[in-house]
Design a protein around this ligand. Structure first.
Ligand SMILES: *[C@@H]1O[C@H](CO)[C@@H](O)[C@H](O)[C@H]1NC(C)=O
Ligand SMILES: *[C@@H]1O[C@H](CO)[C@@H](O)[C@H](O)[C@H]1NC(C)=O
Ligand SMILES: *[C@@H]1O[C@H](CO)[C@@H](O)[C@H](O)[C@H]1NC(C)=O
Ligand SMILES: *[C@@H]1O[C@H](CO)[C@@H](O)[C@H](O)[C@H]1NC(C)=O
Ligand SMILES: *[C@@H]1O[C@H](CO)[C@@H](O)[C@H](O)[C@H]1NC(C)=O
Ligand SMILES: *[C@@H]1O[C@H](CO)[C@@H](O)[C@H](O)[C@H]1NC(C)=O
Ligand SMILES: *[C@@H]1O[C@H](CO)[C@@H](O)[C@H](O)[C@H]1NC(C)=O
Ligand SMILES: *[C@@H]1O[C@H](CO)[C@@H](O)[C@H](O)[C@H]1NC(C)=O
Length: 678
């Protein structure tokens, strides 16, 4: 910092600031840019910059656009300062960009709701007489008039035939008129094809009962207005849902406009509209990325000592017997503390998903008819059904009454999964507790992976299997590293991997998941998981870690590649799948383990199959330190990173086989020896 400025230069640089503004004044007209970002609206700073009108208010960290209980009402929240959206001299429109996350909570009784809108309006304040289908944007006085100067993007979940709505889940551009200028069904676009014709072009985004992320970008140089929606928060679709370049905004806008949100209610008092986060930028920059802040997300679970139980994955009578003995011992050791009714009820209400009535769900599932039963699992039974009012297909999980432990898992599941959004997780729609505990999920049309894999292996090509494994790995990475709190799933297995319409994997069943703050030492009072998928060390460390999830995922890989169930003895040689694979590997004969229906495929696939199989073996390595990190697994499956070298397995019989695990007592010397090593 020891350079000298030439005296002359110093002189001019001192004078320069005096000259520049006045010199530019007459030449370049001033364009005001606006740039803001709110990840939540709880702060005094945010509340000072936004005003809520009519039925709208700030609620905790959110904007709530209509008052709880309000009927025939509307509300608006607007950014206080005017925004320049036309060039001062040319009056050409200027670019703008916005992102936000909204949540529509429909009526508890009917599942119905109206809509929410992003508005660009000429004045501050709300619009009187803008209830019901007007979404707080127009009234019958202002609708259809060019003097209204209002652009809105509506997210409408009610079909008003009188306003020419196409369906009850659409996105529309409204130009001075509630009859949309352009509209389309809400969807996540995966192709640029102008209409969504099949699964390759995109998939529906149901806008009720879920946080929905929206991107709206107007590029003035191309006059293109793009709108995208996604329920995978933070994941912007590659292609815009609506991309229209025919608007004349210079005609529509005034020089200064106000931006914000509006919503309205009709006769249903329990419908609520929330905005969780919002960013905006005018004149060239893209709006900042928004996310839901974690401020109160863990409040519901913080005080609850959730005690994790053991899920039975009943595979083979011998194993079941072993587990039963094991469980019996565990139970005796544990003193379970139960939550009170009130505690878990209030915990549930903190969760985002909607509360359904029992009546609604009974109607949807034909009174839990046997014909609607999809299956039964550790905690109870699952039924499929359709919500009569909305036509949404659902899977309802009825938690068995006997399972007292299920209560904690139920709370855990609702409060955990209710907040998670990822394209490879099963979305939880809601819950009911009137008559027993019920969880409501989006129905996954292809059922669970184990059903297809073990009953119709020929229906799963290698590409599909690889895609499924990549999906599960992506979900695990999200849980382990990308979500704000580290989540250990604890029960990764084929029957918890659901398949959506495009055969993408959706990891479900968070009954055993527990929330951790990152960097917290994890220790639980009980061991949890499903037979064959459980890492050997979890039997004595009683800790669920990323490495135990990786072990379970490894077991899943082995099932997907071999087409055999992990927990079942390999009959030919009567040993566990892992021992069998280790032997094959030492003999350089792994190809023998590959599901025969896969071997028909080309050489490139065969090479990848072998890599994935070895990855599975590595993930199931007894020493947790040898198992790859979740992030590494994702990279290997995507072909971005080679497989690490496999440590040699000198003598498999010296390693602890998970199947043999409960045969040892916990104080057995081999356990202790192993424990000190790790
Ligand atoms: C809207 O209604 C409120 C309350 O009735 C009233 O104070 C306000 O003047 C009305 N605004 C307009 C523009 O009519
Ligand atoms: C608006 O609605 C009110 C109440 O329904 C009605 O009295 C009035 O005539 C309507 N105005 C227009 C311009 O349609
Ligand atoms: C924009 O929407 C209008 C009205 O639906 C339509 O006529 C026009 O073709 C659209 N333009 C583009 C570029 O998509
Ligand atoms: C916003 O998120 C996307 C990923 O969805 C990323 O590509 C982009 O760089 C982010 N933008 C900013 C400004 O961080
Ligand atoms: C709008 O979407 C189209 C098609 O997805 C894309 O080509 C274009 O770059 C997008 N423009 C903006 C401003 O995002
Ligand atoms: C938009 O409207 C303005 C004012 O009516 C007009 O001068 C201009 O030519 C229009 N622009 C386009 C692209 O049609
Ligand atoms: C608008 O479009 C032009 C031309 O395609 C492009 O150069 C520019 O980067 C775009 N601006 C924004 C903000 O996307
Ligand atoms: C607006 O905000 C974005 C993201 O925070 C930032 O990248 C950009 O530089 C800002 N623009 C201005 C003009 O402040």
């Amino acid at each position: 910092m020891n350079y000298r400025i030439h005296p002359l230069l110093r002189f001019t640089s001192c004078l320069l600031p005096l000259f520049i503004p006045s010199a530019l004044w007459g030449v370049v007209s001033q364009t005001q840019t606006t740039n803001f970002s709110f990840n939540g609206f709880g702060s005094a700073d945010a509340r000072a910059q936004i005003t809520c009108y009519q039925s709208a208010s700030f609620q905790e960290n959110n904007l709530q656009l209509t008052e709880t209980g309000a009927v025939q009402a509307s509300g608006r929240c607007l950014y206080n300062k005017p925004i320049q959206l036309l060039h001062s001299e040319t009056h050409n429109p200027l670019s703008f960009s916005t992102q936000f996350i909204f949540f529509i909570q429909p009526s508890a009784n009917s599942g119905l709701a109206d809509g929410i809108a992003f508005v660009i309006a000429p004045t501050l304040g709300g619009v009187n007489g803008s209830s019901q289908g007007y979404i707080g944007i127009f009234s019958n006085e202002t609708n259809g008039k060019s003097s209204t100067h209002t652009l809105a993007v509506e997210f409408d979940t009610y079909k008003n035939p009188e306003y020419e709505d196409m369906d009850d889940n659409h996105v529309g551009i409204d130009v001075n008129n509630i009859v949309s200028y352009a509209a389309t069904s809400a969807a996540y676009r995966t192709s640029s094809y102008p209409t969504i014709q099949n699964a390759n072009d995109g998939y529906a985004v149901l806008m009720r009962n879920a946080a929905v992320h929206v991107w709206i970008d107007f590029n003035a140089s191309t006059n293109q207005l793009n709108i995208s929606v996604s329920r995978d928060l933070g994941v912007k679709p590659t292609y815009a849902l609506i991309s229209n370049s025919s608007l004349n905004l210079s005609e529509l806008f005034n020089n200064d406009m106000y931006v914000g949100f509006s919503a309205s209610t009709g006769t249903l008092p329990t419908v609520l509209y929330y905005v969780y986060a919002w960013s905006f930028s005018s004149n060239g920059h893209l709006a900042a990325n928004v996310s839901i802040v974690s401020e109160n997300t863990s409040k519901g679970t913080r005080n609850i000592a959730i005690i994790i139980g053991v899920v039975l994955g009943a595979v083979g009578s011998v194993i079941t017997l072993l587990i039963s003995l094991y469980m019996y011992r565990r139970r005796k050791l544990l003193k379970l503390k139960y939550l009170s009714q009130d505690q878990w009820r209030s915990a549930l209400q903190e969760g985002l998903p909607q509360e359904f009535t029992y009546h609604e769900l009974a109607k949807a599932t034909n009174n839990f008819n046997e014909k609607n039963r999809l299956g039964s699992g550790g905690f109870g039974e699952v039924f499929q059904g359709t919500i009569a009012t909305s036509g949404v297909s659902i899977a309802v999980k009825r938690i068995s009454n006997e399972s007292k432990q299920g209560l904690k898992e139920f709370v855990s599941e609702v409060t955990t999964i209710g907040r998670l959004r990822h394209r490879n997780l099963v979305p939880l729609l809601g819950w009911s507790q009137e008559k027993g505990l019920l969880l409501v999920y989006e129905l996954m049309p292809h059922g669970s992976l184990d059903q297809v894999l073990f009953n119709h292996p020929e229906q799963l090509s290698w590409d599909q299997r690889l895609n499924i494994l990549r999906g599960v790995a992506a979900a695990l990475l999200y849980l382990h590293e990308e979500y704000e709190q580290k989540i250990i799933h604890r029960d990764v297995k084929a029957s918890n991997v659901m398949l959506d319409a495009q055969m993408n994997a959706r990891l479900g069943d968070f009954g055993l998941a527990r929330l951790y703050g990152h960097d917290v030492v994890h220790s639980t009072t009980n061991v949890a998981g499903t037979w064959g998928y459980m890492a050997p060390e979890s039997f004595f460390t009683r800790k669920a870690t990323e490495q135990t999830d990786v072990f379970s995922f490894g077991a899943l890989i082995l099932e997907v590649v071999t087409g055999r169930r992990i927990g079942v003895m390999i009959e030919e040689i009567s040993c566990s799948m892992l021992e069998w694979l280790w032997t094959l590997q030492r003999n350089n004969n792994l190809v023998e383990a590959i599901d025969p229906v896969l071997l028909k495929e080309d050489k490139d696939s065969n090479d990848m199959i072998k890599i994935v199989l070895e990855l599975g073996i590595l993930c199931c390595f007894p020493d947790p330190k040898v198992r790859p990190l979740t992030r590494r697994i994702v990279q290997i499956l995507n072909g971005e990173t080679p497989l690490p070298t496999m440590p040699s397995i000198a003598s498999p019989s010296s390693l602890l086989s998970p199947v043999a695990m409960p045969l040892f007592s916990e104080s057995s010397s081999s356990f202790l020896a192993y424990k000190t090593e790790t």
